[in-house]
Design a protein around this ligand. Structure first.
Ligand code: HEM
Length: 361
């Protein structure tokens, strides 16, 4: 377990000593090796990343600004009408879910069903969920079936979205051959985009609201000064939605004097690095004006750095801007409940429910 900020950053960038091939999760099955962006190294990783990175540049995300604001207003108006709601499911989850679905090209009428599958796959790791992992695998197969069907529709009727692009694009292999993405690669891409694009930002928004509620002076500052870039970075640092990403040592090495043998797995703990007193003054204080704020919530600056960071930042900014504009008071009705992806694999540890009452401005 790598827990210090400097070590997380160094290991994340040292692709010579640490490989991502076995995937980000300590529980990844061996057949997932090299099948998705997060479990690739070197040139194959760069090539796959390039396929979709153009969809996530600040310019492209800027173009989605209006769309994101329209979604945010719609979601908040609905919550305000109800008065009290579960902020996690009914607000925080909705904006990232619709935005990633718009980008990937998932029709609106399918979103409830599809993202319900994502939640069920995640819940499969939870000991409270009946059916457990086996059921979660069956649901994953159902999701892949949906992705393949949607792919056939996009090939027949191409649209300006990522799923159309990935159906038709060709990648070049080491030996110069060009080929389309295989079925498993496409399935895993679909899973990664829908999961990474929705679950993480939801946790940042929900955790951000809780942090603001627990720090009324910071909430007052946000209302006064607006949702600044510094405030958004602090929400991301403080909530650190991804608990860890794993790597495998490709040679004998050491971290802070601890020997790591070739073949051993290491895990980089982002929330811990983001609370490292060597890197942050008073790391446990939630400070919306914190500067500098070199957090590692989106990764430590290596080649796998979060592709959706710009998108996540815009979504958080817009959601809080519209929320503060529309509310006079935000009351947390009960303490939140939490869930780890699984007791064996807490790669995501997130808020499950946060009952709130929103009073309109
Ligand atoms: C606050 C929200 C988010 C957080 C905290 C977060 C965090 C992370 C982290 C820690 C990584 C691994 C970095 C590494 O290994 O160096 C990552 C990778 C990734 N993220 Fe995010 N993420 C967020 C939102 C998003 C969104 C909205 C998308 C939209 C598609 C996204 C897509 C991805 C992808 C595709 C990768 C893999 C990149 C690669 O392997 O090259 N993320 N993210």
């Amino acid at each position: 377990m790598v827990s210090r900020h400097a070590d997380v950053q160094a290991a994340n960038r040292d692709t010579g000593a640490f490989s991502a091939l076995d995937g980000p999760s300590l529980g990844s099955p061996p057949e997932m090796r090299g099948t998705m962006l997060v479990s690739m190294d070197g040139k194959p990783h760069t090539r796959q990343r390039k396929l979709i990175s153009a969809g996530f540049t600040p310019r492209m995300v800027g173009r989605l600004e209006e769309q994101a604001r329209t979604w945010a207003v719609q979601i908040l108006d609905r919550a305000l009408e109800k008065g009290s709601c579960d902020f996690v499911q009914e607000v925080a989850y909705q904006l990232p879910m619709h935005m990633i679905a718009d980008i990937v090209g998932i029709p609106q009428e399918d979103r409830g069903f599809l993202f319900d599958l994502t939640q069920k796959i995640l819940a499969g790791g939870d000991p409270e969920t009946p059916g457990g992992l086996e059921k979660s695998r069956a649901i994953q197969a159902q999701m892949f079936g949906y992705a393949q069907q949607l792919g056939r529709e996009k090939r027949a009727n191409p649209q300006d979205d990522i799923w159309t692009l990935l159906q038709t694009v060709e990648v070049e292999t080491e030996d110069g051959e060009r080929h389309r993405l295989g079925e498993l690669e496409l399935d895993m891409f679909f899973f990664l985009l829908t999961l990474a694009g929705s679950e993480t930002t939801r946790s940042a928004i929900a955790g951000g609201l809780l942090a603001l509620h627990e720090n009324p002076d910071q909430l007052a500052r946000l209302r006064r000064e607006g949702v600044t870039r510094a405030a958004v970075e602090e929400i991301v640092r403080f909530t650190s939605p991804v608990a860890y990403f794993a790597r495998r040592a490709t040679r004998d090495t050491e971290i802070r004097g601890v020997p790591i043998a070739e073949g051993q797995r290491i895990s980089l703990w982002y929330p811990s690095a983001n609370r490292d007193e060597d890197a942050f003054d008073e790391p446990f204080r939630f400070d919306v004006g914190r500067s500098p704020n070199h957090h590692v919530a989106f990764g430590g600056g290596g080649p796998h750095f979060c592709l959706g960071a710009n998108l996540a930042r815009r979504e958080i900014t817009i959601l809080f801007e519209e929320l503060l504009k529309r509310t006079r008071e935000i009351e947390v009705l009960e303490a939140p409940t939490w869930r780890a992806l699984s007791i064996y694999n807490p790669i995501l540890t997130y808020m499950k429910e946060l009952p709130v009452r929103l009073a309109a401005a």
